[in-house]
Design a protein around this ligand. Structure first.
Ligand code: NAD
Length: 350
């Protein structure tokens, strides 16, 4: 039902899935990944300004539902996101999301957006922004292990932001690899469909793991990892859900988003609670070291942090302003006399 008393100041821009797809095509996926990576990097530079808390997770036997809030003091944001590895077999997405920005001054929402696509874009942009700082110089080849919903986004972001030209695909389900290879055709990447995880890692300087399983899996074993690579570990992002053998963690320098959250959810849940890790925002602002030698193994233990979603939402807010890529949503009751909420309801009687 439409609001009989709409007030322009209370209409909330809403970016639907359809609008998000139109926006990506309008900007171009690689320029958008670059723009998102820039927005995320800018916010990592002003990291200390933000409210930070590990996300609020509600676990069940099948998956997890999470809320991810943050604020920079002027704008507040949160994302609702789920993770249900069994969904894919039922024809549903493993990860779906939506998010909101609000004005801290009056608490009114200023943007509501789909975030299933935006999460894939921002996760890929974050991975590539981090790899730009940590991967070996001149890295050209990435192993992409797990060829599900996130995988093409990861591949294209590494191309656009780090300059990789070859992606080597591996998934236990050959149909997933065929799908990713077909989707990446014509993007300028050389795509190699591989017969095992080991095969995918041949000559790769960047190794991305992006699998979904609700358990401590061992996608990478210690003997698979040679000196000098950068590991971009995306799929271990929940308590009891990891991808790497613990021995790899002991040989790597580990970089994280927000340690308080990553110690609960990331690969490092396998390590002692005081195992040293480096916070990425400090590498980005130059107060901590990133890669220091050619033989060093760098590991981005990615779990996804609220500030990345905030950056993505503020990018979308700016990119959609003055365009046709949103609807005005009648989300907030906003009577002309703010104390007469009941009167507004009464006047709407049929
Ligand atoms: P998806 O279900 O679409 O794809 C996962 C793929 O992994 C499937 O194709 C599956 O066959 C494959 N797989 C499972 N076990 C494997 C194994 N042992 N070896 C190789 N492949 C294997 O899921 P998705 O949306 O692509 O998400 C992938 C993972 O990334 C999930 O665990 C999700 O929670 C995580 N994720 C993390 C972030 C982050 O910020 N770190 C963001 C989004 C998603």
């Amino acid at each position: 039902m439409t609001n009989p008393y709409p007030s322009d100041k209370a209409l909330v821009p809403f970016v639907s899935v359809d609008h998000m797809m139109q926006l990506v095509h309008h900007i171009g996926i690689e320029p958008m990944l670059i723009g998102l990576a820039d927005a995320i990097e800018e916010d990592f530079h002003r990291w200390e300004l933000f409210d930070k808390t590990p996300r609020v997770a509600s676990h069940s036997a099948e998956g997890v539902i999470e809320l991810m809030p943050t604020s920079d003091g002027e704008v507040y944001g949160f994302k609702y996101v789920n993770g249900h590895p069994k969904n894919m077999k039922e024809g549903l997405q493993t990860v779906t999301a939506f998010g909101l920005l609000a004005d801290v001054g009056n608490g009114y929402p200023v943007l509501l957006s789909e975030m299933t696509l935006l999460t894939a874009l921002r996760t890929a942009a974050t991975s590539a922004m981090v790899a730009k700082h940590l991967a070996p110089k001149g890295a050209r080849t990435m192993a992409m292990i797990g060829n599900g919903a996130q995988s093409e986004f990861q591949s294209l972001a590494m191309k656009a932001i780090c300059g990789i030209d070859t992606v080597r695909l591996w998934d236990i389900d050959p149909a997933a690899t065929r799908k990713a290879a077909a989707n990446l055709r014509g993007t300028g990447l050389t795509v190699v469909e591989c017969s095992s995880a080991e095969h995918s890692m041949e000559s790769a300087q960047i190794i991305t793991t992006c699998t979904a399983d609700k358990q401590c899996a061992t996608i990478l074993t210690d003997n698979m990892i040679g000196a000098g690579v950068h590991i971009n570990a995306i799929g271990g992002d929940c308590p009891g859900k990891t991808e790497l053998a613990a021995e790899i963690l002991h040989r790597s320098d580990i970089f994280v988003e927000f340690p308080e959250q990553t110690r609960i959810e990331g690969e490092i849940q396998q390590l002692a609670p005081d195992h040293p890790v480096t916070e990425l925002w400090q590498v980005i602002n130059g107060t901590a070291k990133g890669r220091t030698s050619e033989r060093q193994i760098t590991l981005f233990d990615s779990v996804g942090f609220a500030i990345e979603d905030f950056s993505a939402l503020r990018y979308v807010r700016a990119a959609t302003k003055g365009t046709a890529f949103y609807h005005d949503l009648d989300l907030l009751a906003d009577p002309d006399d703010p104390r007469d909420l009941f009167g507004m309801l009464r006047r709407a009687a049929p």
